[in-house]
Design a protein around this ligand. Structure first.
Ligand SMILES: *Cc1c(COP(=O)(O)O)cnc(C)c1O
Length: 445
């Protein structure tokens, strides 16, 4: 079993490899790394995963992440041995990913004008800290433990810090959280305090807080759990695993995500590349990424809205200078990412190259939606009895846009990922108190 897993630079011209236990999270030249596995897992595991839906007393079967542990076995343990699992795998008593799978939501389908049977939405807000981040954080903190890290560090628009703080507290680790001062939903910030994380306020936006956190992690020693961490990406593969398992591993036509730092997009791309190579799926679903209009880096570059050239993965030789020119342009004009959906208020998506690879492999598309479209999306999900936050509302809003543009066809099967639950208590109150809003139900006197 040993030596099956290793890290490899995503840049094919570089291709440097590192040992899992090296503690290295980024390639020497600053490129992103992938976790790679030498052996192809057997398709017979599908039966095993299914049987674990009856957890038989094991929290690692209950966990929606570790139920699939053979497919992210970077610790290289005997995954059948529960004692070994509990020594290595970090889990909040099996709660991560346990409740999230795709559901039909008829009122959303009606709003999008597609048949109810063709639309599934997966509420990742039903994770213990309230967002999909728990899937990746369980895996990243597992690796942090493997390399004996004492302190985990992250920059956050809110949900990353909630997830990091929760697991750090549970594992008795220190946790430093860098936040853009005054730009975090109070419901998220309070979680980081509640879990005993050390908050470091940074003057600026998320991108500034992220740079500062990387600098300090290097200077003072800290284990970074932002989504540049390749183990986060491994844990988040279980989001599409659960979606696909729900469909008996029959791929849908589309999988739709909000686009922030593009960790989720990258993770879904890696998941699909692997499943296809292993012969677990025959068809490759297309990924659609939805940006906020006020934070539309990927939308602008991918669709040629900045310069005419459309940014592409280009077999691992993307036009990095085009990205740099775009960032220089934003700086020069003083353009800062701006949307009320703070979870995706990100101007410099750190996983952009992995995101491009995901879009390339899946023939993906990128769209953008306004704040008011996101609020409508959030609200129509609520009217089905499901909770989601504004950034997640970009998913129904984006699907609607892509259907109207006839990019998504009415008989396509679409799975959308609702990334987090509502932590901004006043957003729905304000929405429903304004009778001009599409789905508003104003209070009566
Ligand atoms: C982090 C987050 C996102 C953005 O995900 P990326 O992987 O960074 O693109 C979207 N929605 C919610 C609720 C989040 O917490």
């Amino acid at each position: 079993m040993q030596d099956n897993a290793y890290l490899k630079c995503i840049d094919p011209q570089c291709g440097l490899e590192y040992a899992i236990k090296s503690g290295i999270l980024e390639c020497r030249k600053g490129h992103l790394l992938d976790v790679k596995y030498k052996k192809n897992p057997s398709r017979a595991l599908k039966e095993l995963f299914y049987s674990r839906r009856n957890p038989q007393g094991s929290i690692f079967n209950e966990s929606g992440v570790w139920r699939f542990r053979e497919l992210l076995n970077f610790c290289e343990i005997d995954t059948g041995n529960l004692e070994e699992c509990s020594q290595h795998l970090v889990s909040l008593d099996g709660a991560e990913g346990r409740q999230s799978k795709p559901y039909h939501m008829s009122r959303v389908a009606e709003f999008l004008e597609i048949p109810n049977d063709n639309l599934l939405l997966q509420p990742e807000g039903y994770n213990p800290s309230g967002s999909f981040k728990d899937n990746g954080m369980a895996a990243a903190v597992t690796h942090a433990k493997l390399v004996n890290a004492k302190k985990i560090v992250c920059a956050s628009t809110g949900n990353t810090s909630a997830a990091a703080g929760m697991y750090a507290a549970n594992e008795n680790m220190e946790c430093d959280v860098y936040i853009p001062a005054g730009q975090i939903a109070p419901g998220k910030l309070s979680q980081a305090y509640q879990f005993g994380a050390q908050i470091i306020e940074v003057d600026g936006n998320f991108d500034d807080a992220f740079s500062k956190s990387l600098e300090d992690a290097k200077k003072y020693g800290g284990y970074t759990v932002n989504s540049i961490n390749p183990f986060r990406i491994e844990g988040q593969k279980t989001i599409p695993f659960r979606a696909l398992e729900n469909q008996n591993w029959e791929a849908p036509d589309w999988i739709v995500y909000p686009g922030g730092a593009l960790g989720n997009t990258s993770s879904c791309g890696k998941c699909l590349i692997e499943l296809y190579e292993w012969g677990w799926i025959k068809k490759i679903p297309r990924i659609a990424v939805v940006n906020a209009e006020g934070a539309s880096t990927l939308y602008d570059l991918y669709n040629g809205k900045f310069e005419e050239t459309k940014l592409r993965w280009n077999k691992g030789r993307p036009d990095i200078e085009l990205i740099q020119r775009y960032y220089a342009f934003l700086d020069k004009k003083g353009i800062r990412p701006k949307t009320k959906a703070t979870a995706i208020q990100i101007g410099r998506p750190s996983n952009i190259l992995k995101g491009l690879r995901a879009l390339d492999f899946t023939n993906g598309v990128v769209t953008q939606v306004s704040d008011s479209e996101m609020l409508d999306g959030m609200s129509i999900v609520g009217l089905n009895g499901f909770d989601c936050e504004m950034a997640s509302g970009s998913v129904p809003a984006g699907i609607r846009k892509l259907i109207q543009e006839e990019i998504i066809k009415k008989d396509d099967v679409v799975i959308g990922i609702l990334t987090g639950r509502q932590k901004d208590a006043m957003l729905p109150v304000d929405y429903h108190n304004n009778p001009n809003n599409r789905f508003a139900i104003p209070p009566k006197q």
